[in-house]
Design a protein around this ligand. Structure first.
Ligand SMILES: [Zn+2]
Length: 419
């Protein structure tokens, strides 16, 4: 890209700074917690911004309260197709834990506070504004740019990107996907671990709580199972050598931890286990006849569901009173794109140029919609603000980080569409 175009885009972004901040605040003042996942107010703001720029959008609402918005434009010459993707729903709020109004979008000492500030209304606003600025300069771009704002992401629900991939795949696929999910300005996401969720049910005869000789206790057995399951975290994993070398590099690991939180780098290649729920029993003096465990296991890149399944079968063979089933969708698997891929290089170089620090590639521990593009062979990367307050009370984003992400999205996309 000529310095001309980069310079012009940066000037436009600088002149538009107040609108960018105000637009993010507008998005944060439109509550969209999931559950229940009603994103109509956010979609209205997205549509208004697109319409104000003279752009048409397609709205696909398989669920009446969960619209998905898609808009595209062509550059001056034929070329590649870049897709931008963000989600409009946010985590729910435990309002009593917040010191600020979760839907107030207060700007205080350089931070904007509100549910979704980092996950991911800052990323969504950034991708939409980048799309609008590039649309204004489309006569200097090649190829096609698509913007997608989806619903139903936070619960891995069926009405957002998953629905669009099942029913409108041609609208979603491109040559590359850029997301604004929180990565921290210090890191670019190129892959993610995969949830492998299982439910275990333990049954026993049950009886009077004083008559422990007449029946086993379902809750005690469940406790032993929860402890035995810990063995899955010891399974030897085998990520590709180039990834292992990257995560073992002390400097890279330190930067990942600085961006994503202490300890992040170390568990990228590990299987992890969370006993999310363990429930059973009727009352204190009754021997429990049933207990259910819901376990959230995360698979690293290179480990398959089949491998995990056989380990769990071996563990569960010691517990004949228990049955178990997989409850996460069978297509879920760890996903990753080339950590040296073109969009990765563009994002790193652009961020470095703008801020003087080179982000490092990272694999995220949680799951996002980007996996769906990877499943379809489309390289997918995410660059967004710090995940530090993600999902917690007083979620916030640094205004300077948000504006840096916006500049990086805009210039990296322009560079991709000028190649
Ligand atoms: Zn998210």
């Amino acid at each position: 890209m000529s310095d001309d175009l980069a310079g012009e885009l940066l000037r436009r972004l600088e002149a538009d700074r107040d609108r960018a901040v105000g637009f993010l605040q507008d998005l944060l003042q439109a509550p969209s917690p999931n559950p229940p996942g009603d994103t109509r107010a956010v979609a209205d703001l997205v549509l208004a911004a697109l319409h104000a720029a003279g752009l048409e959008a397609t709205v696909i609402s398989p669920h009446p309260q969960m619209p998905n918005v898609i808009a595209s434009f062509q550059g001056e010459r034929p070329g590649r197709h870049l897709v931008l993707n963000g989600h409009m729903d946010v985590f729910p709020v435990a309002a009593h834990e917040w010191r600020r109004d979760p839907w107030g979008a207060a700007l205080d000492e350089g931070r904007i506070y509100g549910r979704g500030a980092c996950d991911m209304k800052a990323g969504l606003a950034s991708l939409l504004l980048a799309f609008l600025h590039l649309h204004a300069m489309r006569d200097r771009l090649a190829g096609k740019l698509t913007f997608t704002a989806v619903s139903d992401e936070e619960t891995f629900g069926p009405w957002g990107a998953r629905y669009l991939f099942e029913h409108h795949r041609a609208l979603m696929l491109g040559d590359c996907l850029l997301s604004g999910e929180p990565s921290s300005p210090l890191c670019v996401r190129f892959g993610e671990k995969s949830p492998y969720w299982i439910a275990i049910t333990v049954r026993a005869a049950g009886g009077h709580g004083a008559y422990t000789h007449v029946s086993a206790s379902a809750t005690k057995i469940a406790g032993r199972i929860a402890t035995a399951l810990e063995a899955v975290t010891e399974i030897p994993t085998h990520p590709p050598d180039n990834l292992m070398a990257m995560f073992r590099d002390a400097q890279i690991a330190a930067q990942i931890d600085a961006g994503c939180g202490a300890g992040h780098a170390a568990i990228i290649p590990e299987v992890t286990l969370n006993i999310g729920r363990l429930s059973g029993g009727l009352k204190m003096n009754v021997l429990p006849s049933e207990c259910r465990i819901e376990a959230d296991i995360r698979l690293p890149i290179g480990t398959t569901r089949t491998e995990l399944r056989s380990h769990i079968e071996r563990i569960m063979a010691d517990f004949p009173d228990a049955t178990w089933e997989e409850i996460s969708p069978p297509e879920d698997q760890p996903s990753w794109s080339d950590p040296d891929g073109e969009m990765m290089q563009l994002l790193r170089a652009t961020a470095n140029e703008l801020r003087g620090s080179l982000p490092v590639p990272v694999v995220t521990l949680g799951g996002t919609d980007t996996r769906l593009w990877r499943y379809h062979g489309v390289p997918a990367y995410a660059y967004g603000p710090s995940p530090e307050s993600m999902g917690g009370a007083d979620e916030n984003v640094l205004v300077e980080d948000y504006l840096h992400i916006l500049r990086t999205h805009t210039l990296a996309s322009a560079r991709y569409l000028r190649q």
